[in-house]
Structure formats: C-alpha cells, structure tokens
Ligand binder design. Structure first.
Ligand SMILES: C[S@@+](CC[C@H](N)C(=O)[O-])C[C@H]1O[C@@H](n2cnc3c(N)ncnc32)[C@H](O)[C@@H]1O
Length: 281
C-alpha cells in the first residue's frame, strides 16, 4: 500500500531532522549549532549558496515550507525577510523551529500544516522556500500547485529535491561495491541507516537516506524536476549541490569536497517565478 500523509507525519514527528544523528539533545543550543555546521558542510561543501535566498520585494512575506528544525527559517530571517512564516506537517518540527528562532532572535510566525493543502490564502506570500520537502510527501504535484497558489503574481520560490545523479542511475551496476563500502565504514550513522549503501535498489537507498522507517523519499532527474515545476512556474535557474562527506567516515580536504559537490551532487535546486495563469492560458 502506498504511504499516506499520516505515515509521513508519524515518521517525521518521531524522527525530526538531525535527531538520532546529533551528539546533543534536540532543541539544545549545541544541537542547532552542530546542525548548521554539518548542513553547510555537507549540503554546500562549506559555503552557503546565496542563490537560494529571495531578493528585493520577494523578501516581503516569506514562507519556509517544511521548515523542520528551522535551519532555513533563521537563515531567511538573517537575510532581511520582513514577515517570516514557518510551516511543517509535524508539531515537533514547529516546536524545534520555534526554539531555534528564539535562540537566534529571529522573528517568525509558525503554523502546523500540510504542504499538499496549505492553510494559507491565495496569493499571500512573496516567496516560498521549500528545500528537501516535496519529495517526502505522497502527492508532490499537488504540493507544487499549492506553493504556486499561496504565492502572489510574480512571486518567487526556491525548491530542492534529491537528484538522481549518475551514481544513483548506475547503482544496479555498481551495487557489488556497496558491501565493500559498508565494510569500509561508509554510510550514515543513526536512524537505522547502517545498511543503506549495501542495497541493490536505488529507490531504497534514497528512501533510507532519512532513516530506515522513512515512508517516502523520491529522486528526480533534471528533466523530471523541471517538468514537475513548469506546470506552475518559470524555472529561472537550476543548480546542484550536496555531497554528504560525513558518510565517508574519514575527513576529506575541502577542495576534494567541493569537487565531489560539483561532480556527484545529490540535490537539485531551482529558482522559480510563478507563472501568470491568466496571461499564459
Ligand atoms: C528533510 S526535512 C527538511 C527540513 C528543512 N526544510 C531543511 O531543509 O532543513 C523534511 C521536512 O518536511 C516535512 N514534510 C514532509 N511532508 C510534508 C508535508 N506534506 N507538509 C508539510 N511538511 C512536510 C517533514 O515533517 C520534515 O520536517
């Protein structure tokens, strides 16, 4: 049976992002500081990509959708977003994001809600930030439609999903390597992911990345991602990042990490502008 939104909620409620992997108690200052460090290291090879953030009037009323423990909420707040909202399916994420914003003196409003049917009016936001979220929910096209619905005309969005990179496309050919990689200690620790790389099924590897019990994790080629977004958006820019070097078990030089980030990225990002449905009908 296909997983439901309730299954997704139940997983992320019990396994908020970075819990089960951190050395620190979820919600502590140390937990958030460590999370930011690892996030910027692994997702951006040590240097934040500013293309993610809204510019000019797009900063007026911003939604961080699927905010998790509030990493992006705080980053958006620190880049001059005037009115900031954070929304997530789980109240655990909202609790963590609220705590993080308190710690970093970030002004935001919070709402529990489902991205497939958002609890906001049409045209309410100038920008939606939705990173690492839409590939975890059953009805991804409905989520794209909802992001467009809550944006005003000319509104912008930043969206990312797992990228089906060359390794994931070729994994059945390479799968014999998985057992050896595991023996060498390659793989993520915690959240039941120890056997992740030792799997012949690419889709299973993607699902397992967030935890053994994660109900949904999808990956997209560039073509599939653009086709999904073009239903409601002009795709202004597509770019790539994310090589989870912490899974290697040994520290690698920053220059090598940057090379892997550009050659073997596991996330695809898009900068979007809402289409004017009336003009383009
Ligand atoms: C991998 S985490 C990403 C969190 C955050 N965006 C970040 O990048 O740090 C995925 C988050 O998406 C949320 N999520 C999944 N499906 C959702 C939905 N249908 N509506 C709202 N949030 C959802 C989960 O609860 C979880 O907090």
């Amino acid at each position: 049976m296909n997983p439901s939104v309730d299954d997704v909620r139940s997983f992320w409620q019990s396994n908020p992002l970075w819990s089960g992997e951190s050395r620190h108690a979820p919600g502590s200052a140390e937990f958030f500081a460590e999370h930011r460090q690892v996030y910027i290291d692994d997702c951006f090879a040590g240097a934040m990509d500013e293309r993610i953030f809204p510019q000019g009037r797009s900063r007026e009323r911003v939604l961080d959708l699927g905010c998790g423990p509030g990493f992006w909420t705080v980053e958006l707040g620190q880049r001059g977003c005037t009115e900031l909202w954070a929304c997530d399916l789980t109240d655990k994420a909202i609790e963590l994001a609220t705590r993080r914003c308190e710690l970093y003196a970030c002004q935001a409003q919070f709402k529990v809600g489902n991205a497939e049917a958002l609890p906001f009016d049409d045209g309410w936001f100038s920008h939606v930030n939705c990173l690492g979220v839409i590939h975890h929910t059953p009805d991804t096209p409905a989520t794209v439609r909802e992001i467009a619905r809550v944006l005003r005309q000319g509104g912008t969005a930043s969206v990312s999903v797992y990228y089906r990179n060359v390794l994931l496309r070729g994994w059945p050919l390479f799968s014999f390597a998985g057992r050896w990689l595991r023996k060498l200690g390659v793989g993520l620790k915690g959240r039941g992911r120890e056997a992740m790389v030792d799997n012949a099924d690419v889709d299973e590897i993607v699902r397992l990345y967030d935890g053994a019990d994660n109900p949904i994790g999808k990956s997209y080629t560039r073509q599939q991602f653009v086709a999904l977004l073009e239903t409601h958006f002009h795709v202004r820019e597509v770019y790539f990042h994310f090589f989870p070097a912490r899974a290697l078990g040994v520290r690698i030089p920053r220059a090598l990490h940057r090379l892997l980030d550009s050659l073997l990225p596991f996330m695809i990002y898009a900068s979007l502008e809402k289409k004017d449905a009336a003009r383009e009908a």
